[in-house]
Design a protein around this ligand. Structure first.
Ligand code: 2P0
Length: 321
């Protein structure tokens, strides 16, 4: 019996992943680029070699569907594995567009790998985490990271790579929680719906690689305006694809729109702030860390909760047990 514990942070895509070229292997139709955050985290302990599988979330037995996703992932990693106990906890709300599956599968991949006595490198772990949840492959790396599209049919070249370390650039993500309700349509289902029904999907797939190029250059140059512009455009393009799916995927609430307009007003007042959203109504605002309080003041009236987060580290083994 061996035990290991890992910590991983969620990441927020600046240029978004939406659409798969293989559902079975969880291969994306587009590359993406993200920031791994600090503060929000998943901590996962894996005990390798117990009588029967058991999965606990935040101290209670996990719902069956969640437990199955975890044990299926362990089977994929190690088909002849022994029974495993997985204890996982999040210090932030899951399922509400705050990327809990990204930190969840990144932490699980790192902890299970170590508990199984393996020492896979970060690239292999990124590929493994991708199989659990696409965006999880980016949480293996800290700061800014890019998920390479890859071209091999087996997915062995579709993983994240580091772009810039957490302390490269003093940006902040202001996370505006518009509602705490969990999302109605899961990502895999939503992406397949967009792929098969949205008339805008082909242009989304065609134009996103260019957006990633621009975003990567903007990070290298520490050009917040260039990064903010391409980030907002990627979000609005993705939501255009979502809304034009059939039936439509409309994640926006009145508070969402109010925050987007406040962010535009901030820019007109000379504050460098740009918005991004995921598969949910929450808005995340990218700005320099020194401007975060101004952003918080402006959007506060429209939202339930606000978190100011900074770039954080990639997934790691937690030795403090
Ligand atoms: C992203 N999202 O790039 C995009 C933007 C949501 C919108 O990655 O199906 O949970 O497990 O591969 O990683 C959320 O999707 O999806 C996501 P699966 P995942 O962050």
């Amino acid at each position: 019996m061996q035990t290991a514990t890992a910590i991983a942070h969620p990441n927020i895509a600046l240029v978004k992943y939406w659409g798969k070229r293989s559902v079975a292997l969880n291969l994306p139709a587009v590359p993406s680029l993200s920031i791994t955050l600090d503060s929000f985290r998943t901590r996962t302990q894996v005990v390798w070699g117990v009588d029967a599988d058991a999965v606990h979330v935040d101290g209670s037995p996990a719902p069956a569907a969640f437990a199955k996703r975890v044990t299926d992932f362990l089977d994929l990693m190690s088909p002849n594995r022994p029974g495993c106990m997985v204890l996982t906890e999040n210090n932030f709300p899951s399922g509400a567009g705050l990327a809990s599956s990204a930190s969840g599968f990144a932490a699980l991949a790192v902890a299970a790998n170590r508990a199984a006595g393996r020492h896979d490198d970060r690239t292999a772990l990124s590929i493994m985490a991708r199989r659990g949840s696409g965006s999880a492959c980016r949480s293996l790396f800290g700061g800014f990271s890019e998920w390479k599209l890859g071209s091999r049919p087996d997915g062995s070249d579709s993983h994240a790579v580091p772009v810039a370390s957490p302390n490269y650039w003093a940006v902040a993500m202001v996370v505006a929680v518009v509602t705490e309700r969990a999302k109605a349509v899961g990502s895999t289902e939503g992406m397949e719906r967009s792929r098969t029904t949205s008339p805008f999907y082909p242009s989304w797939v065609e134009t996103t690689p260019g957006d990633v190029e621009k975003a990567r250059e903007a990070v290298y140059e520490r050009d917040l305006e260039a990064l903010g512009q391409v980030m907002e455009r990627s979000t609005l393009k993705m939501h255009g694809v979502m809304m034009s799916s059939d039936p439509p995927l409309l994640y926006w609430l009145p508070g969402t729109l109010a925050v987007l307009h406040e962010v535009g007003d901030l820019r007109r007042q000379g504050i460098g702030a740009w918005a991004t959203m995921d598969a949910g109504p929450q808005v995340k605002v990218l700005c320099m860390h020194q401007d975060a309080e101004r952003v918080v003041e402006a959007i506060k009236p429209h939202v339930r909760r606000i978190h100011v987060l900074r770039p954080g580290p990639g997934a790691f083994i937690d030795d403090e047990e």
